[in-house]
Design a protein around this ligand. Sequence first.
Ligand code: FMN
Length: 318
Amino acid sequence: MKSLYVSIRNIKLKSPLMTASGTSGHGNGTAVLKNSPKIISSLGAFVTKGVTLEPREGNPEFRIVETRTGIINSIGLQNNGVKFFVKKELPEFLNINLPIIVNIAANTVEEFGKLASYLSENDLSQIIKGIEINVSCPNVQKGEMAFGVDPRQVERIVKTVKNKIDSRIIVITKLTPNVTDIALPARAAIDGGTDALSMINTLRAMAIDITTGRPYLGNKTGGLSGPAIKPVGVFMVYECFEKIPECNSRKVPIIGIGGILTWEDALEYVMAGATAVGIGTAWFVNQNIFCGIHDGIKKYVDENKKSISDLIGKAHEE
Ligand SMILES: Cc1cc2nc3c(=O)[nH]c(=O)nc-3n(C[C@H](O)[C@H](O)[C@H](O)COP(=O)(O)O)c2cc1C
């Protein structure tokens, strides 16, 4: 029997499946996990919804609109702020036997640093195994342009976060697909010292209600996720694995995210170069999604007598 174990630097995952940030809550996400040992056994890690330095109310409603091939969301990073998170939400994970990765977002580079150091210093039970930096959020000092489209900003954020945290915690940089060449911010994150990359976040999108002639979302625009974006995500993982030596050698592993619905989708990401995969929108539709994908991959590796490691980057073979 082939094992599904993979490693994201010092984190050992018993399965390559992770939750995608924002789709399964903060500590409250553990309610589903606690009631389902099968979900816990299918998952390799849990990634929390984005946490910010101060509480945020989020964007005006509506915040989610369905399209034919996915959803567009503009939640606006609603959360209770890092102090509440550490005090009330993080302890919920104490008895969950999974590596916990905390997703962070901020308005400025300095705020990213403060947030990371607060998490690192106050995680007394050492629950946090990784910090995932969401560089898709807007940089308020640079006219609200997303940090992630400017490689210099990406490098600065990663360096700042790395300097502020305990070395036992790994840093994952989550890239935005709203760029022309994904390898540029990926390279910058590696130059800043990121331990791993995750991709992709949502694609900027809009839907209009033709009865009112107005955009559906209170924020007008949002981010598209779900099946529509899978080919974009697979391509971006492939590009980074192909173009960046540290990705190709798996020194800097990639977590592939975007539109995964089935075990075949997950394997596509692995073959493009991902070591692990994150699943978000599909979890809204089917809470047994992780079990089904886990069992499908297990059957595939057993039948083909290959481990996950043998399959990573297979699409690049001549
Ligand atoms: C409702 C919702 C909230 C999200 N919140 C976050 C977030 O807080 N931080 C983040 O990095 N990504 C966030 N994402 C992006 C997802 O983690 C993921 O990158 C994206 O949805 C693509 O994966 P999927 O197609 O499997 O959903 C969010 C996505 C959705 C749908």
